[in-house]
Design a protein around this ligand. Structure first.
Ligand code: AMP
Ligand code: MG
Length: 326
């Protein structure tokens, strides 16, 4: 069975093709990079509209298949930016109708977890999902993926990107700050904001920007933001693992590529006799392969959608999805 997945919840348009063993035959993407300022939903949607067809062709070429070989079309149904979601949903509907193949809308957050289970040895992990727009600790319980903790304001990636932008660095800021952080030495005092299993980052952003104004170096601030933010994330992840008596932790989302985050979570896992799993970087960030793979499993789990049921949902919650495939 071959599934094609289209991702487009936010800044990245991606197309992936996978088979029923989670072999990734193609995974291509194109990210909108605003010259200045943040991501504008309409501009990002226009970008996706321009690149989605070339990406579909490129994915098919890389996979060495004809589009007629596909058995299923999947797309990111939410959560995300409305104009972006509608653009990729339209592309997916057009493709499915043209090929006369079934279509399945996929929850983006669930897809981050499923691709990790698909390409690593993790079986029933606690997922620390850390991306631009989302920050959640997710695990499977009683037929659903449940959110055990999440950000109360902005995603951790968004915090990194905003700090970087205000300091004149380019987008995405996370990888740039990771490099700068290696040169940092003095830990600056930043708010450590954990409430139960939830976290908050906007106070840290404000505090870091104020310290920058007062002359703290970019290296020290990048270092301090990473140390404090990632310690918060590690703490809530550990709390979920302890609560669930779960010995597997999986990382997902673009921030999961960060080596310092990986080493902190890895250390926590090792200390509790647990194992950490990290998918390859291209499958951590927003990507079409994770949508294809999740759609394929949903389809095998009996999920069928009519075109009217493929309406997008900007606030599609992780725990709204009945998990019929495991
Ligand atoms: P996603 O939304 O999952 O595609 O991930 C994009 C986010 O990941 C952006 O906020 C990036 O700044 C962030 N990101 C990517 N690579 C890194 C890295 N090495 N360290 C920290 N953040 C990163
Ligand atoms: Mg994501």
């Amino acid at each position: 069975m071959l599934a094609l997945g289209i991702e487009g919840t936010a800044h990245t348009a991606g197309v992936g093709i996978v088979d029923e063993t989670c072999r990734v035959l193609a995974n291509v993407y194109d990210m909108v990079r605003p010259e200045k300022g943040g991501i504008h939903p309409r501009e990002a949607a226009n970008h996706h509209a321009e690149v989605v067809v070339p990406l579909i062709r490129k994915a098919a070429d890389l996979a060495g298949i004809d589009l007629a070989d596909l058995d299923l079309v999947a797309f990111s149904q939410g959560p995300g930016l409305g104009p972006c979601l509608r653009t990729v949903a339209t592309a997916a509907r057009a493709l499915a109708l043209t090929l006369d193949r079934p279509i399945v809308g996929v929850n983006h957050c669930v897809a981050h977890l499923e691709i990790g289970r698909g390409v690593t040895a993790a079986k029933d992990p606690v997922l620390l999902y850390v991306s631009g727009g989302n920050t959640q600790v997710i695990a499977f319980a009683r037929g659903r993926y449940r959110v055990f903790g999440e950000t109360l304001d902005i995603g951790v990636g968004n915090m990194l990107d905003k700090f970087a932008r205000e300091c004149g660095l380019s987008f995405p800021g996370g990888p740039i700050l990771e490099k700068l952080a290696r040169g940092g030495t003095a830990l600056q005092a930043l708010p450590y904001s954990v409430k139960g299993m939830d976290v908050a980052f906007s106070g840290m952003l404000t505090a870091a920007l104020a310290l920058r104004k007062h002359g703290a170096s970019l290296e020290d601030l990048a270092f301090s933001i990473q140390e404090v933010a990632f310690a918060m994330l590690t703490e809530v992840t550990e709390r979920a693992m302890a609560h669930l008596e779960n010995a597997e932790v999986l990382l997902g989302g673009g921030v999961a590529r960060n080596q310092r985050l990986q080493s902190m979570v890895g250390r926590m896992a090792a200390d509790r006799g647990a194992t950490m799993f990290v998918p390859p970087g291209d499958l951590c960030i927003d990507n079409g392969a994770m949508i294809a793979w999740t759609g394929l499993q949903m389809f095998r789990g009996g999920v069928r959608m009519t075109i009217p049921e493929t309406v997008v949902d900007q606030r599609y919650r992780t725990d709204e999805v009945p998990v019929t495939w495991r």
